[in-house]
Ligand binder design. Structure first.
Ligand code: MG
Ligand code: MG
Length: 268
């Protein structure tokens, strides 16, 4: 019998080792899906084809695709796919369809699943064919900012210290951190407390939290080559784009804080 302990902080649900083991299985499936689907990214492939492959892998594994059917009051339809596929200036929540990827594009692929009641959530941005030097640098800096965050996560540190490190790295490269969308706690639900931002300012002092053993967090820097402002691409749909049309990248891992440090759950 598993018990779910409640942390003292802000409604954050701590996980025990058995729960973290299930989350590892969910995370491993997300990793397998992303490995496979990212390998299919090429000029001419459509985002809908990538999603079809992901949906089959998830259902073959007996897992639930977390994003499918999610309702967003700002959109006129529930999210229709297992993957979010966000191309170029699309930051997050791109809807898979018949858009064919072109040379020089980037596509952010975000995948979430639930297995035996626990979730995994991870994202990567992949270049299509030959991308410009600036765009390659965007992908590198964003991925490295996630790796930096993970390497700095320690029980007892305030999240704002990690967020500041992410923000510094991104801004030192002349890029911007998206503010409207942030990471999150993850467990039995895809989105749990706390909010896990990738920047820090005074407005967040009250929502800051201390890293504790048993916390499971989705850390997901979203970075743009231009300004940080984002908006809905159109009035009734899901996709979020940069206001200045600059390219965006998104890397995400689900991570457990253990006595031995952070463990990446969405790894092989
Ligand atoms: Mg995600
Ligand atoms: Mg997430």
């Amino acid at each position: 019998m598993m018990t779910t302990k409640s942390a003292t902080q802000k409604g954050i649900i701590l996980k025990d080792n058995d729960e973290i083991d299930i989350m590892r299985r969910a995370g491993a499936l997300v990793c397998r899906v992303l490995d496979h689907v990212c390998g299919l990214v090429k000029v001419g492939a459509t985002t809908g084809e990538l999603n079809d492959v992901a949906e089959k892998m998830i259902s073959d594994a007996g897992a639930e695709a977390l994003f499918k059917g999610v309702v967003n009051p700002a959109a006129s339809y529930p999210f229709p796919a297992a993957l979010c596929t966000s191309v170029n200036d699309e930051v997050v929540h791109g809807v898979p369809g018949d858009r064919a990827l072109k040379d020089g594009d980037v596509v952010s692929i975000d995948c979430g699943v639930r297995i035996d009641g626990f979730c995994g959530d991870s994202a990567r941005t992949i270049p299509v064919g030959n991308v410009s030097k600036d765009v390659q640098s965007l992908l590198t800096v964003t991925e490295e900012s996630l790796q930096l965050a993970i390497s700095e996560m320690k029980v007892g540190l305030m999240w704002s210290e990690i967020a500041t490190a992410i923000q510094r790295k991104v801004e030192a490269a002349g890029m911007s951190v998206v503010r409207e969308f942030v990471g999150h706690g993850i467990g039995q639900e895809m989105h749990e407390e706390p909010k896990v931002p990738n920047y820090h300012d005074r407005s967040q002092r009250k929502s800051d939290f201390c890293l504790e053993e048993g916390m499971t967090l989705a850390v997901e820097p979203m970075v743009t080559l231009g300004a940080s402002d984002v908006m809905y691409a159109d009035a009734d749909a899901w996709v979020i784009v940069t206001k200045d049309s600059s390219f965006a990248a998104h890397f995400e891992h689900s991570i457990a804080m253990t006595a031995n440090g952070p463990v990446i759950l969405t790894a092989a």
